[in-house]
Design a protein around this ligand. Structure first.
Ligand SMILES: [Zn+2]
Length: 355
C-alpha cells in the first residue's frame, strides 16, 4: 500500500514537473554590446555589436546566445555581462568592416585559450562578394586568418606547446570556427536555426555582401539591420532606409539599426563625405520605416555622431555638437515613429516579454 502510494506520488510529481517544464516561461533579451559607429575610438564606447539571448526566464533568458557583429571590446562587454566566449552559439556578421569585426580576433583568442574543448562556434555571413570597384569582401577569408599575427609572432605555437592536451590546436583560433556562408538575396532566407530559434537573412546595401538578420523566437523577434541603407546610394530617392530591411522587419518586436543623425548631411556643412553619409540610414527615415513596419521597440545604435562627441580627427565637424539622446529621439519622432524608443548606450537592453 505504502509502496503504491509512493509510486503514485512519484508519478504525480513527475507529471507535475513535466508540465512545469513544458510551460516554463521563456524570454528574449537584446543587449547592445557596443554602440560606436565607424572606426574612430570614442571614450568609453565599444564597437558595434548586439547580443541576443533566448531561454527560460528563470535563467535570465540564457540558453541560446547569439551575437551579431563584434566591434572593438566585445569580449570586454561580454565579461561585464558574465558571458563566456563558448556560451555564444553563433555569430552573425552584417559585414566585416573593422568597426563591426575587430573584436572578433580577441573573442576567438579567448575561446582558443580557455574553452577550445567546447563545440565550434558557427560563424554566419555572406559568401565572397565583389564590389563594383573590384574589391572582394570575404568573410570566410577574414575568419580563416583571424589569428595570423599571433601565428607569425610565434605565440600560437608556444601556447599550443604549453597547453598540450587542452584541445587548443596548433592551427589556432580559426580552427574553432564553423563558417556558414550564404548568398544574400532580396527575400528572407533561413540561415541558421537551433531549437525554437530561427535566424533569417536578407541582402541590404552598405558594402558589397552586406546582410541584415531577423531572429525569431517564441518570446519575440528582433531584426538587426547593421549599416543597411537604400539600394539607391544617393538622392533623389524615397528614403535612405533599405526596402529589404523594411520587409524583414514587418511586425518585429525589436529593430536594432545603425543610426546617422540628419545633421551630418551635406546641407549642414559638417564635411562628412557624401558617399559615407549616403550609405547609412538617417534617424528620421529609420523612424518612418519602423512605424510603417509596425516595429514595437526601436533601438538606435552605431550612433553617428556618438552622444557627447565634439571633436573628430578626420576633418569633419559635427554641426550643433554635442548631440544628445533628445536630438536622436526628436529625429526618430519627426519621421513619425510612435513606438518605444531607445537611444543606444553600451549595455542597454530590452527584455521580452517585459517584467
Ligand atoms: Zn559601421
Amino acid at each position: 500500500m505504502t509502496h503504491h502510494t509512493t509510486l503514485a506520488g512519484a508519478i504525480a510529481l513527475a507529471l507535475a514537473l513535466g508540465t512545469a517544464a513544458a510551460e516554463a516561461e521563456t524570454c528574449l533579451k537584446v543587449t547592445l554590446t557596443g554602440t560606436k559607429g565607424g572606426p574612430m575610438a570614442v571614450n568609453g564606447l565599444a564597437g558595434a555589436g548586439t547580443l541576443i539571448q533566448y531561454g527560460e526566464k528563470a535563467d535570465s533568458c540564457r540558453g541560446i546566445d547569439l551575437q551579431v557583429d563584434a566591434g572593438r571590446a566585445t569580449a570586454l562587454r561580454h565579461s561585464e555581462l558574465g558571458v563566456w566566449p563558448a556560451e555564444i552559439d553563433a555569430i552573425f556578421f552584417t559585414h566585416t568592416h573593422s568597426d563591426h569585426a575587430d573584436g572578433f580576433a580577441d573573442f576567438m583568442q579567448l575561446r582558443w585559450h580557455y574553452q577550445s574543448d567546447q563545440p565550434k562556434i558557427d560563424v554566419v555571413c555572406s559568401a565572397d562578394s565583389v564590389s563594383p570597384r573590384g574589391h572582394t569582401n570575404s568573410c570566410a577569408s577574414f575568419v580563416k586568418h583571424i589569428a595570423d599575427a599571433y601565428i607569425h609572432s610565434g605565440e600560437i605555437a608556444e601556447r599550443h606547446w604549453q597547453r598540450k592536451g587542452s584541445g587548443a590546436s596548433a592551427e589556432g583560433p580559426s580552427a574553432l570556427a564553423n563558417v556558414m556562408t550564404f548568398e544574400p538575396s532580396d527575400e528572407p532566407q533561413v540561415v541558421w536555426s537551433k531549437g525554437d530559434v530561427t535566424v533569417s537573412a536578407i541582402r541590404s546595401t552598405h558594402t558589397a555582401g552586406h546582410a541584415s538578420y531577423r531572429i525569431d523566437t517564441p518570446a519575440g523577434s528582433v531584426v538587426v539591420a547593421g549599416d543597411a541603407s537604400n539600394d539607391l546610394q544617393e538622392p533623389p530617392r524615397a528614403h535612405s532606409t533599405s526596402d529589404q530591411v523594411e520587409k524583414l522587419a514587418q511586425d518585429a518586436d525589436v529593430l536594432v539599426h545603425s543610426s546617422t543623425h540628419p545633421v551630418m548631411g551635406p546641407e549642414a556643412g559638417g564635411g562628412m563625405p557624401k558617399p559615407v553619409f549616403y550609405r547609412q540610414s538617417t534617424v528620421d527615415d529609420i523612424g518612418a520605416m519602423a512605424e510603417r513596419a509596425g516595429v514595437k521597440h526601436l533601438m538606435l545604435t552605431h550612433l553617428t555622431p556618438s552622444l557627447g562627441e565634439v571633436e573628430r580627427i578626420d576633418g569633419w565637424n559635427i554641426p550643433n555638437a554635442p548631440l544628445t539622446e533628445a536630438d536622436f529621439e526628436a529625429a526618430a519622432r519627426s519621421g513619425g515613429y510612435g513606438g518605444d524608443l531607445l537611444v543606444g548606450k553600451d549595455l542597454a537592453s530590452i527584455q521580452l516579454p517585459a517584467d
